[in-house]
Design a protein. Structure first.
Length: 365
């Protein structure tokens, strides 16, 4: 194609054209990416929430895209209550009415049942004559919701009025996501004590940490006591005493903390001070809220969930021990610091805000 003298000259005077070509390609790509970011925005932009003093690394980062409107928020069914007239009749002990809702007027009872059917995806929930296990479970779950809203305000309304309803966990499904069952021992064929770890399970968040931390810390033993959530002794080379944390208990604690962090979409310093994880005097305010939440879950499981063992059919029980499905942090929070991004779900439902006494409709008068 080219004259022979030109080919000979190129052979005698080789020139590296790849370097400049690569440089031009990289520069062009950078300009293109910059133009796209300017035109459409940074797809991986983050926002930081400072949880402690500056310079200590105490912050929680989240992608802005994850902070957009949560799809489940739009699906929350609600309607304002009908303020009862003075001396209005209540539904009482009519057939199929849960005892905890007997003090409602018929209009507000029907309104609440309609909402509960939307929240749980069960179209015939609490229908007259329906004596299925779902109705029996609903009786217990209504009291559970009322108890949480009345007696655990320090957790469910720590920052603002939020509360909980059936929708907080169910999100339109008969069985909520993120329930858990007993799974330990997970490797019974191992010689010696396996510590219920080193197996990939959903409970361990696919780590080598123990898979039994939820049942260890959230369920009481036969004496009614709960295991101590601890990591280590604060003194070195001390004589081990009965009840002191062992290394295996430390790993369970790490597993539990990992579970809580994933449940809320946060990291360690959301609750703990990075310079003194062990010191309860240097924790963040969220530590107290989380601690209340742990005790709330323990009480809820003992009073409302575990008694359903003999109510649920076999297909609703766990795959290993046929145990009742249980709730924990992730069942409500589902990756959010506050369930449903802090949506106030209790405002229009004073019927679910009290366990003892009549609903307060004064905000709607």
């Amino acid at each position: 194609m080219f004259p022979k003298w030109f080919d000979n000259w190129n052979k005698d005077n080789p020139t590296n054209i790849f370097g400049p070509a690569i440089a031009v390609g990289v520069a062009g790509s950078a300009v293109f990416v910059a133009a796209m970011i300017v035109a459409f925005g940074q797809p991986f932009k983050t926002e930081s929430q400072q949880t402690g003093p500056r310079g200590t690394g105490m912050h929680v980062q989240e992608f802005v895209s994850d902070l957009a409107v949560y799809p489940d928020v739009a699906g929350f069914y609600t309607s304002e209550p009908i303020v009862p007239a003075q001396g209005a009749a209540v539904i009482g002990d009519a057939a199929g009415v849960p005892p905890s809702l007997a003090n409602l007027t018929p209009e507000n009872y029907d309104r609440l049942v309609t909402a509960m059917r939307e929240w749980t995806g069960i179209p015939d929930l609490l229908a007259p004559g329906n004596d299925s296990y779902q109705t029996q479970v609903a009786y217990s779950m209504i009291e559970m919701t009322q108890n949480i809203n009345q007696n655990w305000i320090g957790h469910v309304q720590a920052n603002a009025e939020v509360g909980v309803t059936c929708y907080t966990c169910h999100r339109g499904q008969a069985v909520p996501n993120n329930v858990w069952f007993k799974v330990s021992p997970v490797n019974s064929n191992v010689a010696g004590w396996s510590a219920n770890q080193n197996r990939v399970t959903m409970v361990s968040n696919f780590t080598s940490l123990p898979s039994d931390y939820l049942e260890t810390y959230l369920l009481a033993d036969e004496a009614g006591n709960y295991a101590n959530i601890g990591v280590h002794d604060l003194e070195s080379r001390v004589q081990q005493q009965p009840g002191d944390p062992l290394i295996q208990q430390a790993e369970r604690t790490y597993g539990f903390m990992n579970y809580i962090a994933n449940s809320l979409g946060v990291n360690c310093v959301f609750c703990h001070n990075s310079r003194a994880f062990y010191d309860p005097g240097q924790v963040t305010p969220q530590w107290a809220t989380a601690s209340l939440g742990i005790v709330m879950v323990q009480e809820t499981l003992a009073q409302y969930i575990l008694p359903l063992q003999d109510v649920l059919p076999a297909e609703r029980l766990g795959p290993v021990y046929a145990d009742v499905p249980k709730l924990a942090c992730r069942t409500c929070h589902q990756g959010e610091q506050q369930p449903l991004n802090g949506l106030n779900v209790i405002r229009n439902w004073p019927e679910l805000a009290v366990l003892d006494g009549a609903p307060d409709y004064s905000a709607f008068e």
